[in-house]
Write a protein that binds this ligand. Structure first.
Ligand code: AMP
Length: 279
């Protein structure tokens, strides 16, 4: 496994693989890897495929009062894990090199979905993610890129962005990996103490309960309103949003249309997100 810290050495390596007709699979991460990330890496592997995993905590997607400084960083452990999965290249770039990298594609077209769900309370989030993903795609030119359904809105945003900017990259979604209790794995779960972990469990419980109730009775507004109250009664400090949306993130969802429940909630000071496919 090769560890590249600068763009030039990465591109030289990629060129040598392309000459041998390899395809490039790319898994962007912010490190502090867990089984969720590793499931993406496993899916990215395949015959004639070179797997590149980036580790980069993207400062531009964090708001001023968010956890950029405290975001967990475990690069040595991450590298060991990636090595055990026979990843080909880890790209752990210097921040200044990425921030100053320019591409014409950076004239980022804006999408209305940047302002809903996570984008409403974190307006810097999607412009920040888009800005860095465009640079990474421009540098790496991956054939495939893998994103978790745990961050469904992000996956869908990147899919739109890739199509609009005509990147030749296929965006592939990967199932949410959960712990034995059902909590979606997240680097931010490291912030939770034991009591908060018990509270966090109620997020998936309420999503599953809401889904069940919707299958008995299609009254999304009433059912979500009631379950929001139940969740707040279980020690969740604040619910940022709890909404039913179509798989293209539209508000109006027909009974048999494809849809998901989306939630963001604060457990203490930790903001967790999750979503569940309904139909
Ligand atoms: P992050 O390091 O949080 O930026 O995540 C990197 C990638 O891993 C994103 O595509 C996430 O959606 C994905 N990911 C994070 N947690 C999970 C999970 N529990 N299951 C599946 N994918 C995940």
């Amino acid at each position: 496994m090769i560890i590249c810290k600068n763009i030039k050495s990465l591109q030289e390596k990629i060129d040598s693989y392309r000459l041998k007709k390899h395809k490039i699979s790319f898994v962007p991460t912010m490190g502090s890897l867990h089984k969720g990330h590793l499931s993406l890496v496993k899916k990215a592997k395949g015959k004639n495929k070179i797997v590149i995993v980036s580790i980069f905590v993207n400062s531009t997607q964090f708001g001023a009062n968010e956890d950029f400084k405290n975001y967990p960083r475990n690069t040595d452990k991450d590298i060991k894990l990636l090595k055990s999965l026979s990843v080909d290249i880890v790209f752990a770039p210097y921040e200044h090199e990425i921030l100053k990298y320019r591409t014409p594609k950076l004239k980022l077209s804006r999408f209305s979905i940047e302002r809903i769900l996570c984008g409403k309370s974190r307006p810097q989030y999607f412009p920040g993610v888009g800005n860095i993903i465009i640079k990474f795609f421009d540098i790496i030119k991956p054939n495939y890129a893998y994103f978790g359904e745990k961050d469904y809105q992000q996956y869908y945003f990147i899919k739109l962005l890739t199509a609009k900017l005509k990147f030749n990259t296929k965006i592939i979604s990967c199932k949410t990996i959960r712990d034995n209790f059902g909590i979606a794995l997240s680097s931010r779960n490291l912030y939770l103490n034991n009591n908060e972990k018990k509270v966090a469990l109620n997020i998936i419980k309420i999503l599953r309960r809401t889904k069940r109730e919707l299958s008995n009775q299609w009254k999304p507004k009433e059912i979500i309103y009631k379950n929001k109250k139940i969740l707040l009664g279980k020690g969740v400090k604040k619910i940022d949003y709890f909404e039913l949306r179509s798989e293209t993130l539209k508000k109006n969802v027909k009974k048999n249309g494809r849809s998901r429940l989306f939630i963001a909630a604060f457990i203490g000071s930790t903001r967790l997100i999750d979503n569940l496919k309904v139909n």
